[in-house]
Design a protein around this ligand. Structure first.
Ligand code: C2E
Ligand code: CA
Ligand code: CA
Ligand code: CA
Length: 278
């Protein structure tokens, strides 16, 4: 028993401890970042596939280090989800996105919707609707300028409850998109019941479009979505050929590096000015 204990201790030292230390460091960094306002929001354009016009943008969080480095969410969102810090980060993103869009609308540069990602934890907050109402009111932004992106995994945790929350949001004129569609476990029976406006096809499927099987998959998703009267956004579109195929499949909206990578507040202002000048 004694040697087993020693082994366990060794194991803990070698891998788990390192991981735990790293997580703790990240948790502290996030706390510090929230206090010092290191979280910024970047915006990626969403373009109408037919007209090529801007229809909206997705708000994507970034951690800006004091030296000006940009940390992508992939490295801190999982920890923030675990610690619950994602709730506070999400509030910051929602507030900043609403204020930015209000500014662009007032400058006559924009009329569409900003899409904000909601984590599972945020989505299940009992005060979610109040939080959104307050944030919109403080930014003086009408609710129809807001869209929320919710993943399959989030709504499938408790579909009946999710439907209720979604109905409350829809009653406010807020649009709802199902994000990363096809990556999780989803049920067609439920898809029909969720009060969605939009379905976002995950980048993984777009990447697969260079094979016949991959194209068929996207075609199938597109057909299901359109049968349910949902608009379809393809994310992660990088190449002209992907765009051409998606156009043939009657995809509605394109988001990806083909048009633009996510842009900072000031870069996006410039993007809007260039769009207007076209
Ligand atoms: P997502 O919601 O699926 O967002 C799309 C991701 O794909 C973004 O990564 C975007 O920069 C990237 N992307 C878009 N077009 C292309 C392309 O053409 N090529 C490639 N290679 N990538 C492309 P990002 O910004 O690193 O965000 C990663 C994930 O982090 C997001 O995936 C989302 O799940 C999460 N996330 C980002 N911001 C927030 C937030 O404010 N709240 C929450 N809860 N999650 C967020
Ligand atoms: Ca998203
Ligand atoms: Ca997505
Ligand atoms: Ca994705």
């Amino acid at each position: 028993a004694k040697s087993q204990g020693a082994n366990r201790y060794l194991f803990f030292n070698d891998s788990m401890n390192k991981l735990a230390v790293k997580r703790l460091q990240l948790e502290n960094l996030i706390r510090h970042g929230l206090k010092e306002d290191y979280f910024a929001v970047y915006y990626q354009p969403k373009m109408d596939i037919v007209s090529g016009q801007l229809v909206g943008m997705e708000a994507l969080v970034r951690f800006i280090t004091p030296k000006g480095g940009i940390v992508s969410p992939a490295s801190f969102i999982p920890v923030a989800e675990e610690t619950g810090q994602i709730i506070e980060i999400g509030e910051v993103v929602l507030r900043k996105a609403c204020l930015a869009v209000k500014g662009w609308i007032d400058q006559g540069l924009f009329q569409g919707r900003v899409a904000v990602n909601l984590s599972s934890r945020q989505f299940s907050l009992p005060y979610l609707c109040e939080l959104i109402d307050d944030t919109l009111q403080q930014a003086e932004l009408p609710s129809y300028h807001l869209e929320l992106e919710i993943t399959e995994g989030t709504v499938m945790q408790s579909p009946p409850q999710a439907i209720e929350t979604m109905k409350k949001l829809r009653a406010r004129g807020i649009h709802l998109a199902m994000d990363d569609f096809g990556t999780g476990y989803s049920s067609l029976a439920y898809l029909k019941q969720f009060p969605l406006n939009t379905l976002k096809i995950d980048k993984a499927f777009i990447d697969d479009m260079n094979t016949a099987r991959g194209r068929n998959m996207v075609d199938t998703i597109m057909t299901i979505a359109h049968n349910l009267s949902l608009s379809v956004v393809a994310e992660g579109v990088e190449q002209e050929e992907q765009l051409a195929m998606l156009r043939k499949l009657r995809c509605d909206v394109i988001q990806g590096y083909y048009y633009s990578k996510p842009l900072s507040d000031s870069e996006f202002t410039q993007f809007l000015q260039e769009q207007k000048a076209r």
